[in-house]
Design a protein around this ligand. Structure first.
Ligand SMILES: [Zn+2]
Length: 313
């Protein structure tokens, strides 16, 4: 039988990464090049270096909003030049295999279900907790290809301004950028905090807030992390109430903020979600490897090649 392979690509603002992957999720070879110059040309050359006659499809992961059916990138803040471009169609014509576009957090969720902690669950929701908050939904071991803008669920009416231009989003409370805005606001208000004595030439990092200042008992750091955790807990409870997944998987740098942030989130999810649904859901933390998104991207291309998806043939 002919060997089947797929190419998964991550279109990052700094680097384009691509890998050749087996249906079982094993990476056979991967390459990385800087995302400079004509990105479509660079991407095409990168794929050319990996492409073999065994490749049945190509999956592209993009940070931002993607129109999956029409294969268009609607909004990609880190890679503006691919917005609106017929990137998938052009690659499809060149390589003569299905090419699909998907949001990178969705593909990380799919990769997680194949080669990560998500393997143990038929359905789960992935939360990526970093500078922003993203996510992806897997149901019956399939990616639910919807926008999954988990970070922009509203958790507070007329609440804090979000980077998306709306108010009260989860990301405006529970992301590391929100934590840092609240730190700046606290410092500007003149409240007594150890963070006032931070070396002025060195910006405070989120990790210093939760690993250093909160652990030293600084009230401002503890208050901010507790507030961020409270809203994360509300976000998790909303997801549990709506989707009743087998698991909620938390990833991203903030999963290291265990004491105040995660503990408060767990406690709040417990008290806020419908009890019976909460009890059926496991909440876990895991570190996503860099390869997970590539495995997810390659997998969605296998599905497209098999005609399982409406992802272009
Ligand atoms: Zn928002």
């Amino acid at each position: 039988m002919k060997k089947k392979l797929s190419i998964g690509v991550d279109l990052g603002g700094t680097n384009l990464r691509a890998a050749i992957v087996t249906p079982e999720g094993t990476i056979e070879k991967k390459l990385k090049v800087p995302s400079v110059g004509d990105v479509l040309k660079t991407l095409s050359e990168l794929i050319e270096r990996l492409f073999t006659p065994d490749v049945v499809g190509i999956g592209l992961a993009v940070a931002g909003l993607v129109d999956v059916k029409n294969k268009k990138v609607l909004f990609s803040p880190n890679l503006r030049q691919i917005e609106g471009a017929d990137i998938a169609i052009i690659l499809q014509e060149r390589f003569k295999v299905p090419v699909c576009l998907e949001n990178d957090a969705n593909l990380a969720a799919l990769g997680e279900s194949i080669a990560g902690a998500g393997r143990s669950y038929d359905s789960f929701v992935l939360f990526t907790l970093g500078t922003g908050i993203g996510g992806g939904i897997v149901r019956n071991r399939q990616l639910v290809s919807v926008s999954s803008e988990i970070g922009h669920m509203i958790v507070e009416a007329s609440g804090r301004m979000c980077g998306c231009g709306r108010q009260g989003c989860l990301e405006a409370y529970a992301s590391s950028s929100a934590i840092m805005s609240m730190v700046r606001e606290g410092l500007n208000s003149g409240v007594d905090t150890l963070m006032k004595h931070h070396p002025p030439n060195l910006a405070i990092t989120p990790a210093e807030v939760y690993l250093e200042y909160a652990q030293k008992g600084d009230a401002l750091a503890i208050d901010i992390l507790t507030k961020a955790g409270l809203y994360l807990g509300i976000g998790i409870a909303n997801i549990i109430n709506i989707l009743s997944p087998d698991a909620v998987i938390l990833t991203g740098g903030l999963i290291e903020a265990k004491t105040y942030y995660l503990q408060t989130a767990m406690q709040t999810a417990y008290t806020t979600a419908i009890k019976e649904l909460f009890e059926q859901t496991t909440i876990i933390t895991t570190h996503l490897s860099d390869d997970i998104g590539l495995i997810g991207s390659a997998h969605v291309a296998f599905q497209a090649a098999e005609g399982l998806l409406n992802y272009g043939k």
